[in-house]
Ligand binder design. Structure first.
Ligand SMILES: NC(=O)c1ccc[n+]([C@@H]2O[C@H](COP(=O)([O-])OP(=O)(O)OC[C@H]3O[C@@H](n4cnc5c(N)ncnc54)[C@H](O)[C@@H]3O)[C@@H](O)[C@H]2O)c1
Length: 380
């Protein structure tokens, strides 16, 4: 239990970065009785003012130093954009309080290693936002695997399909798109899921290929297909394409995972084709970060493809609620939770970048690979 909790009976929470995801987490914090004080920081003043008013924040600033100096801060969420995680994390670590960090820890593997080292040296309980772990279906699959219900796993096959609106909404926010590949930004969620389901095994090699014909002009790749070999011989095939056309009904993410064992199989259909909307009225983008709107009309929608969940009457329903409130239970009550650790987050970045390196060199990559080797191989 933290000092702040002992002192006040509740935890004071700082949220750094209050855009799409930071807003969701801040709204949930305001609903949660164990979060007694809520402080916000965003460099964009209009964004900060709107969210501060909406959640009746106790404190709001554009200056991170001011927020971190507040004595009420007993836990921290870092929800800035992908390329801006390192500085807020390193400065927050100095407080020694529990942290929740949106993925990835960094987009540069050397920075990611530095961040992980700082977290571990400070003994901070830091978790990383891999929201899909908090779905009922995946928790159940994990338990079936724990219980040995399909024997020993031999093969895992994953296919992630994403609408190109996601890379378009993400990449338009930055001038430098280095490192913002489909595996690093989004495939990491599917990879984390599979590595978590295969817990206890370590990848020893990856071989991958990429294409960039559609999204090359905006500074990223269309997709990457790869095969990992694990230390016990399990073969894990990880495939993502995030260049599906705007009119594809899955507005954000659709996933299929097949897990084959010596005595059974688990087949997960997570493409969201179970609830379909068709309308003469054009539908919004699923990931509408900073007001992103579909570039062409979309008339069919697989409802439920937005990974955090869906908003109904102002409230978010779905895995990001479960993930966030479970973390609140962890920091307020010391409950053990299935959140990804900072070490998991770092390993996920290394493995996703190793796929990018293999695709670039055309060679299989032995794992583990050091951050320096990755950078040397991936730098143009
Ligand atoms: N777990 C999930 O399902 C999920 C879904 C979407 C995004 N994400 C992750 O969440 C993170 C945020 O994504 P988003 O969609 O909310 O982005 P966003 O662009 O909507 O919001 C980011 C906010 O951070 C602010 N910001 C930038 N630099 C800052 C700084 N130095 N200090 C304070 N504020 C700063 C921006 O002004 C913006 O308001 C990313 O890492 C993304 O990968 C996770």
């Amino acid at each position: 239990m933290t000092e702040a909790l002992r002192a006040h009976g509740t935890v004071g929470l700082a949220v750094i970065g209050c855009g799409t995801v930071g807003r969701i987490r801040a709204v949930l914090a305001r609903e949660y009785p164990g979060i007694g004080w809520l402080g916000l920081c965003d460099v964009d003043e209009p964004t900060l003012k709107t969210i501060a008013d909406d959640v009746r924040a106790d404190f709001a600033t554009t200056d991170l130093s001011e927020l971190l100096a507040r004595p009420e801060v007993g836990a921290i969420i870092v929800a800035t954009d992908e390329r801006v995680h390192v500085e807020p994390i390193l400065r927050s670590v100095e407080l020694g309080v529990p942290m929740f960090i949106e993925k990835p820890l960094a987009t540069d593997p050397v920075d990611s290693a530095r961040v992980l080292e700082a977290i571990e040296d400070a003994g901070v309980d830091a978790v990383v936002g891999y929201t899909q772990r908090f779905r009922r279906r995946f928790q159940t699959v994990k338990q079936r695997l724990r219980d040995g219900q399909i024997g020993d796993v031999t093969t895992v096959i994953t296919r992630a399909f994403m609408n190109r609106m996601v890379p378009e909404a993400t990449l338009r926010k930055v001038d430098d798109t280095t490192g913002l590949t489909p595996m690093v930004v989004s495939g990491t969620h599917s990879l984390d899921m599979c590595m978590w389901l295969m817990e206890g095994r370590t990848p020893v090699e990856v071989y991958a290929r990429s294409t960039d014909r559609t999204l090359g002009p905006i500074g990223t790749k269309d997709g990457t297909s790869g095969i990992f070999t694990m230390d016990d011989g399990v073969v894990f095939s990880m495939n993502i394409n995030w260049a599906l056309p705007t009119v594809w009904p899955g507005a954000v993410y659709g996933l299929e995972i097949g897990i084959v064992g010596t005595r059974g199989v688990i087949d997960v259909e997570d493409t969201h084709r179970d609830v379909i909307l068709a309308s003469e009225i054009g539908q919004p983008a699923g990931y509408n970060s900073r007001g992103f709107a579909p570039p062409t009309p979309r008339h069919v929608d697989f409802i439920g493809s937005y990974p955090p969940g869906d908003v109904s009457n102002g409230m978010l329903w779905g895995p990001m609620r479960e993930e966030t409130t479970t973390w609140f239970a962890r920091i307020c009550r010391g409950i053990e939770t299935p959140h990804a650790t900072a070490a998991d987050g770092h390993a996920n970045l290394i493995n996703t970048m190793a796929m990018d390196l293999s695709a670039r060199t055309g060679q299989p990559i032995s794992l583990p690979i050091s951050p320096d080797e990755l950078i040397a191989g991936l730098t143009p």
